[in-house]
Design a binder for this molecule. Structure first.
Ligand code: PLP
Length: 355
């Protein structure tokens, strides 16, 4: 990777740090940000010099296109600290590649590697104290890009802002997750933007998820928009099903986001000799497996929670509770994956990158 050297990046240090005011043991996810942020604007057809500066609000014109047309994308990744105080990223090249795939789909300029990955390395060097040691402590990384060009004409912006902000996080436990299988609403459609981490995909989920919450369910398992017969994702995570001793997850597509956690779990499961099949699972198969007792586990997979076990699902107003099991494949894979991330086990895949 071509790293940005500090003379290619303007660095303005915060006059003091907030770090001593932070209660690292009681962090709500994504609410606290570190002392600095990275900012880089695109204008006149090119990326300008990036700046790392104190975290602070900024002004935008009310007609900026992000407000009207939602031209906005993001990524979610994490930094981890090992026992020798070294800071590590997990498969950052995957996030970089996916960010630019999202940019392309949203008619936004691609961000060069030296700004995205080089800039990330630089800001993490400055903020390394914010990455706490110990399994479960992470620094959540949120790169994003917004259209800042002005004018309410519905056309792509000519000006953009790329940013990286950082938020310390504890491992995220969302309690017992019950889900509803979608019969009407859809997260994504063929030809749409479901494979991009585009902001609008998430706001479009809020209302159906709120309806599910009102019925006592935390998340929705999304199905294919055309027939609602195939299981696709769980909330904002990829989803895995264990029937007897086989794990299933849907292939990625225009409707299913290519998650880094998903692909890492597939590789780990293969290495561990777990039978894993990448194919669509039908709602009917899941209901049948729940009825005959062969359905053992359902779990979501994504950077924020790593693995999120699901305890039951509702379909056509019937609720199916999953059995309590001893040897959870979800928890075994989560443990293997986090051991690699925290450098507690050898990274035979070459997934970890040192800052
Ligand atoms: C980000 C995201 C995921 C998970 O991707 P990771 O790279 O594992 O964090 C899955 N589904 C959707 C819709 C997402 O936005």
């Amino acid at each position: 990777m071509d790293s940005i050297t500090p003379n290619e990046i303007d660095i303005v240090r915060a006059s003091s740090s907030k770090i001593n005011e932070i209660d690292f043991e009681n962090l709500a996810f994504g609410n606290i940000f570190t002392d600095h942020m990275l900012m880089c604007d695109f204008r006149d057809g090119k990326w300008q010099k990036p700046t790392i500066k104190p975290y602070e609000p900024f002004l935008l014109d009310p007609s900026a296109k992000v407000f009207h047309y939602g031209q906005a994308i993001f990524e979610g990744m994490k930094a981890y600290k090992d026992e020798s105080d070294d800071v590590w990223l997990f498969r950052p090249d995957e996030n970089f590649r996916r960010f630019n795939a999202s940019a392309k789909r949203m008619a936004m300029p691609e961000v060069p590697e030296d700004i995205f990955l080089g800039g990330l390395h630089e800001i993490l060097k400055i903020e390394k104290e914010w990455v706490r040691k110990g399994k479960g402590n992470t620094l959540y990384i949120r790169p994003f890009m917004i259209a800042i060009g002005t004018g309410v004409i519905a056309a792509p912006s000519t000006q953009y802002r790329f940013m990286i902000i950082l938020s310390p996080a504890k491992s995220y436990y969302s309690g017992e997750v019950k889900v509803i299988i979608a019969e009407h609403f859809s997260r994504a459609a063929n030809g749409g933007i479901g494979a991009a981490k585009a902001a609008g995909n998430y706001s479009a989920q809020f209302y159906p998820t709120k309806l599910a919450n009102d019925k006592g369910f935390q998340q929705i398992i999304w199905t294919d928009d055309a027939t609602h017969t195939k299981l696709e994702e769980a909330g904002t995570m990829n989803v895995f099903f264990r029937i007897n001793d086989t794990l299933f997850t849907a292939p990625t597509s225009e409707r299913i986001l290519d998650g880094v956690t998903r692909k890492s779990i597939i590789s780990l499961a293969e290495r561990e000799g777990i039978d894993i099949q990448v194919r669509s699972v039908l709602v009917a198969e899941l209901v049948e497996a729940a009825k005959n007792g062969s359905l053992k586990e359902i779990f979501g997979a994504g950077t924020a929670a790593v693995v999120n076990p699901i305890v039951g699902f509702s379909y056509q107003d019937e609720y199916f509770e999953l059995p309590k099991i001893e040897n959870s494949v979800a928890l075994k894979l989560k443990d293997k994956l986090t051991n690699i991330q925290y450098k507690l086990e050898e990274d035979t895949f070459g997934w970890t990158v040192k800052i």
